[in-house]
Structures are given as structure tokens and as C-alpha cells.
Design a protein around this ligand. Structure first.
Ligand code: ATP
Ligand code: MG
Ligand code: FE
Length: 338
């Protein structure tokens, strides 16, 4: 089963061709970061226009690199939510047009289900249930996955997403955008015990997250240093911040696994590329006899291969979307709207 997938939910214009949900024939990602960098974040209107310029080229490139033409496709998959509505609409319209022209099934995919599915690309036979920590630019969710397509939300952030906190802290440190990878790199040369920062555990046993207090604590630290004319060691700030964020993510994910007696933990989303998170959760899980899996870094951040993988499982179930499929900007995981 050969699936062409399109992903335009945020600032990556992406298309991929994947066979049977495992063999990635091509995975083209055209990032708009250079365009949005001067604004310090994604500008929705600019993102939509860029997607429109790029989407056909990216799809063409995905087919060329896979050495296939449109007639070899069995289905066309697309992210239809959550994300920026104008951005999503570009991908949804392109995918609908192709599916209609080829008379092949259209498959609508939830972006977060895509992030989760990046794990199944390399491990299609992974035994379920698992606890999945979805950590991205817009989400921080703990999810119990009992079977593919069955998701139970156990906890979520009450304010900022983890990736959003990384990006905001990077901005106040003057590191640039997107901040997650820059903080991750700079933190490697810093002392993570240099600055005392809060860890928000919320009520005892809570599986919810809060990152706004941590972000504010970093901002206050920088303001105080500035007022007193004290020097700031950016690497120490980056390392202390990364440590505080990762401590809470690791502790709560392990708590969820213990509570539900699950022995496999999965990471998904852009922040799953974080080196300290990968290292710490693997170490602490192993001490409890638990295993951790995560995608390679390039499949943690936005891409279309993960969308094709999720689509393969829907294809097998015959779960197709009508050609009236619309973009749904706030689409919860596990709840399709078509
Ligand atoms: P969502 O998936 O919730 O809709 P998104 O698609 O914008 O949001 P992703 O592309 O999944 O988010 O991930 C991007 C986020 O991941 C950014 O916030 C980025 O800073 C963060 N990120 C990427 N690499 C790292 C890293 N190594 N360490 C920490 N954060 C990282
Ligand atoms: Mg992005
Ligand atoms: Fe994403």
C-alpha cells in the first residue's frame, strides 16, 4: 500500500511517500523558519502564503525522490488538524484535489496522531499498551494508548506547552528561533545546578503540567541580573531551565506508567528530540524495568512520513475521509471530525 501524505499544519511544508506504513520512500520537509525568524515566531498569514507557494513543489519532489508517479498511489493522506486553520487548508485542498483526480481514497489525519505514529514507522509490531508523552510546540499530553487509534488522555499542560516554554526562554536569552534545539545545544556546556528554578508538580499524583511559572522564573532571574548589573552565563541558564523542564516531564511520565502498570514508554513531538529528555527518561525507566522508545530526531519534529504511517493504519481499517473534509484547527487526539 503506497500512500502520499501532505502536512502543512504549522510552518513546515512537507510531503512523503511511505509503503505499508514502514518503508519511507521519500520524506520532503521545506521549513519556513528563515521566513518567520525575523518575527521571532510563526506568523499565521505568512505561513499560509508560503505553504501555497511550496506545496505543489514539495509533493512533486516527494514523488520524484520515491521514483513514482501519481498513478502508483493507493491513497492520499493529509493532516486536517490541529494547527493553524489557513495553513491546514492549503494541505487539505491539495490532498483533496489529488484524491479526486486519481479517484483514490482520501485519509484525514490528526497531527498529534501523526507525531505518535512516528514511533510505529520503525517499530510497526510494537506491543501495546504504552504510555506516550506527546511534547511539542503546542501540546504536552500524557496519553494511554491501548491499541492503534485508541487514545486516553491522562494529563495535559494547563498553560504553556513544553516546546513553547523552550522557545520563549530561548527568545529572552536572545538565542533565536526555534529555541528548543538552540537551548539543547547551549545547555550541554552549562551547569544545570547553577540557578535554582521551580518545578511545578501541581497536586499530589497529578498528571497535568504547568510550564508558565518556570518560564517566568527565568525571565525574573534575567531581569534581576540586569538591574543589578550582574553578568549572566547563558549556558548555565539554558542548562538549569532544561533540567527543570525535563525533571517534571520524566517524573510525571514514569508516574503515569506506574499508575497504569505499563512497561513501555513512548516519546513523540518536537521536544522528544531533546537530548537530556531522551537520556534521562531512558535511564530512570530502565531502573524500573521499563523500556523507552522514541523516533529519530528528524521524525520528532513536523514531517509527512509520520502522517503516512498513521494513514496506513486507517487505510487497513477502511477509515476514509469524504471529499468534503475540512480543516479543524482544534482537533482532540482520537476524535475524528468528518
Ligand atoms: P504541535 O505538534 O503541538 O502542533 P508544532 O508542530 O509546532 O506543535 P513540533 O514541530 O512537533 O511542534 O515541535 C516543535 C517544537 O519542538 C518547538 O517548540 C521546538 O523548540 C521544540 N524542539 C525541537 N527540538 C528540540 C530539542 N532538541 N529540545 C527541546 N525542544 C525542541
Ligand atoms: Mg515547526
Ligand atoms: Fe507538530
Amino acid at each position: 500500500v503506497t500512500i502520499l501524505s501532505v502536512e502543512t499544519s504549522c510552518d513546515e511544508t512537507a510531503a512523503a511517500v511511505v509503503v505499508d506504513g514502514t518503508t519511507v520512500k521519500s520524506n520532503i520537509i521545506s521549513s519556513q523558519v528563515d521566513v518567520h525568524r525575523k518575527f521571532g515566531g510563526v506568523v499565521p498569514e505568512v505561513a499560509s502564503r508560503k505553504h501555497l507557494e511550496l506545496v505543489n513543489h514539495v509533493i512533486r519532489e516527494a514523488l520524484d525522490e520515491a521514483n513514482l508517479d501519481f498513478s502508483s498511489l493507493d491513497a492520499v493522506a493529509v493532516t486536517y488538524g490541529p494547527g493553524l486553520v489557513g495553513a491546514l487548508l492549503v494541505g487539505v485542498s491539495a490532498a483533496k484535489a489529488i484524491a479526486f483526480a486519481l479517484d483514490k481514497p482520501l485519509i484525514g489525519i490528526n497531527h498529534l496522531e501523526g507525531h505518535v505514529s512516528a514511533n510505529f514507522l520503525s517499530e510497526p509490531e510494537l506491543a501495546l499498551p504504552v504510555i506516550c508523552l506527546v511534547v511539542s510546540g503546542g501540546h504536552t499530553d500524557l496519553v494511554l494508548i491501548t491499541s492503534i487509534g485508541q487514545y486516553k488522555l491522562l494529563g495535559a499542560t494547563r498553560d504553556d506547552a513544553a516546546g513553547e516554554a523552550f522557545d520563549k526562554v530561548a527568545r529572552v536569552l536572545g538565542l533565536g528561533y526555534p529555541g528548543g534545539p538552540l537551548i539543547d545545544a547551549l545547555a550541554a556546556s552549562g551547569d544545570d545546578t547553577a540557578i535554582h528554578l521551580p518545578r511545578a508538580y501541581l497536586a499530589e499524583g497529578s498528571l497535568d503540567f504547568s510550564f508558565s511559572g518556570l518560564k517566568t522564573a527565568v525571565i525574573n532571574y534575567l531581569h534581576r541580573a540586569e538591574q543589578k548589573g550582574l553578568p549572566v552565563n547563558k549556558a548555565d541558564v539554558a542548562a538549569s531551565f532544561r533540567r527543570a523542564a525535563v525533571d517534571v516531564l520524566v517524573d510525571k511520565t514514569l508516574l503515569a506508567a506506574r499508575k497504569h502498570q505499563i512497561s513501555t514508554i513512548m516519546l513523540a513531538g518536537g521536544v522528544a528530540a531533546n537530548r537530556l529528555l531522551r537520556q534521562e527518561i531512558t535511564y530512570h525507566a530502565a531502573r524500573e524495568g521499563k523500556r523507552v522508545i522514541y523516533p529519530p530526531p528528524v521524525l520528532c519534529t513536523d514531517n509527512a512520513a509520520m502522517i503516512a504511517c498513521a494513514a496506513y493504519h486507517k487505510y487497513r481499517r477502511g477509515d476514509f475521509a469524504p471529499l468534503t473534509l475540512n480543516a479543524v484547527p482544534s482537533l482532540p487526539l482520537g476524535q475524528d471530525r468528518y
